[in-house]
Design a protein around this ligand. Structure first.
Ligand code: HEM
Length: 194
């Protein structure tokens, strides 16, 4: 299988879920809103795979975690592709919605999108070489900004009874992922006695 398969998989999954959302709505606005909601949801496991690749290989070295780490770039590009589909859905849903969004409500997501674009554009080995230490700064800041937007988006869903379950599950997953990153960091920092 070509190494790029995670990107193809994430793109096809996002497009399929996008179409399912569009056709499941009772009206046009509901369809586009569902497409926005479901594409964001589908992007979350893809994001987690990218976010956790380096930690999992450190905490649980095995063929599967090494393969995840080796293909991390393609998982990341798959996430960017799935979030591009989210972008199309949210632009149409926002335009159809009679309640206008405030500019302030667009800022956090907009910043995350700027990072997603910059990270996708600099995902090549050539960009890595050209940016040196700044490449690591950009990608590690970006991945945590995306983590934060996901966590806030899901935590925000906890108070309302109809979105509480998804809010709790996804927020718990996001926090567990952060704990795994911190544990892997700790492991790297700890002196080796063996
Ligand atoms: C300015 C940029 C953005 C806008 C305007 C926006 C808009 C939307 C809209 C309209 C929905 C569907 C709401 C609903 O009917 O429930 C949605 C859902 C969501 N979006 Fe975005 N979005 C943006 C960026 C992002 C980014 C960058 C992320 C993640 C990094 C994200 C994560 C989510 C999540 C987690 C959901 C809920 C999915 C679920 O219910 O499972 N959004 N967004």
């Amino acid at each position: 299988m070509p190494r790029t398969w995670p990107t193809a998989f994430a793109t096809i999954a996002a497009l399929t879920i996008f179409a399912a959302g569009l056709f499941s709505g009772g009206n046009t606005l509901e369809g586009w809103s569902l497409a926005a909601r479901w594409t964001a949801r589908a992007g979350f496991p893809i994001f987690l795979a990218t976010y956790l690749a380096s930690s999992l290989v450190r905490l649980a070295p095995a063929p599967w975690s090494r393969a995840l780490m080796r293909d991390r770039r393609w998982w990341g590009l798959g996430f960017a592709a799935s979030h591009t589909v989210h972008f199309v859905a949210l632009v149409v849903a926002t335009n159809l919605n009679p309640e206008p969004r405030t500019i302030a409500s667009l800022v956090p997501g907009g910043i995350a999108y700027a990072f997603i674009a910059l990270m996708a554009l600099t995902s090549s080995k050539a960009a890595m070489r050209a940016l040196g230490q700044n490449w690591k700064r950009l990608h590690s800041t970006g991945i945590h900004v995306i983590w934060l937007i996901y966590t806030l988006a899901y935590a925000k869903r906890i108070p309302a009874p109809e979105t509480r379950a998804i809010g709790i599950v996804m927020t718990a997953l996001a926090i567990t992922a952060l704990i795994l990153r911190l544990a892997a960091r700790q492991k790297r920092a700890a002196p080796a006695f063996a």
